[in-house]
Design a protein around this ligand. Structure first.
Ligand SMILES: C[S@@+](CC[C@H](N)C(=O)[O-])C[C@H]1O[C@@H](n2cnc3c(N)ncnc32)[C@H](O)[C@@H]1O
Length: 219
């Protein structure tokens, strides 16, 4: 996985890892979040945000810095990433200590009991994790989101049984050849999974590099 994501160390702060892909896409994703978060913050401050699969911590740091009125809870499965997340978080007042979340586990195993979130965010995990993580993410998000809260997922997807363009087909093949559990998931299938736990697809935003941001609302 790290091979795919090609992490680099940042010399200035050795613990801070840098995934070039996250550096490239974080601003475009922020601009989608900026279409939702200010109106949520206008009603309640701070809003509580959970990131599942925080990776290096680059996304949570960029969003926490640029979205006033938000409090972020990073979470990771790979505890080797915790020092990097903590290094980014140490520079900002609105990021909590990372917690361990295995998205394939049921919500009662997530260390968030008694907590509620306005927004759950997850980038690039659905296609690079065991298949059980996809229903697990939706079930966990539905369990911890408040009514009307949103789940934001980012990455490449199939849609209507088709993967486009060809570069995403090749990416899907390379993922499946590395691990039979990995691969692009179809938005149609995600809608069925989401519908079973009370999440409705509200918007599909086309993003650079043939990715999409999906907005799911807890109804
Ligand atoms: C490609 S990285 C994406 C990291 C980050 N979200 C980003 O976009 O830069 C995939 C992430 O999925 C996480 N992951 C893999 N298996 C997982 C699981 N069972 N539960 C939660 N996260 C998992 C990995 O640890 C890794 O952080």
């Amino acid at each position: 996985m790290k091979g795919i994501y090609n992490y680099e160390r940042r010399d200035s702060v050795p613990q801070k890892l840098c995934a070039p892909a996250a550096e490239r896409n974080k601003q475009a994703i922020l601009e989608v979040l900026q279409q939702y978060v200010p109106q949520m913050v206008a009603k309640k401050t701070p809003i509580q945000c959970l990131e599942v699969a925080s990776g290096t911590g680059q996304h949570v740091a960029h969003f926490a810095h640029n979205l006033p009125g938000t409090q972020w809870q990073p979470a990771e499965f790979d505890t080797n990433d915790f020092p990097s997340i903590q290094a980014y978080a140490s520079e900002l007042p609105n990021i909590s200590e990372p917690v361990f979340i295995d998205a394939s586990q049921s919500p009662d195993q997530w260390p968030l009991q008694g907590r509620a979130f306005d927004l759950v965010y997850c980038a690039n995990m659905i296609h690079i994790s065991p298949k059980a993580c996809t229903p697990g993410l939706f079930t966990g998000a539905a369990a911890f989101l408040i009514k009307g809260g949103i789940l934001v997922t980012y990455g490449p997807y199939a849609y209507g049984g088709t993967i486009t363009p060809e570069s995403n087909q090749r990416f899907d093949e390379s993922l499946r050849s590395r691990d039979s559990e990995w691969g692009l998931r179809d938005i149609d299938d995600l809608q069925k999974i989401a519908g079973n736990v009370g999440l409705a697809l509200e918007k599909i935003v086309d993003m650079p590099a043939n990715n999409k941001t999906l907005i799911w609302r807890k109804v």
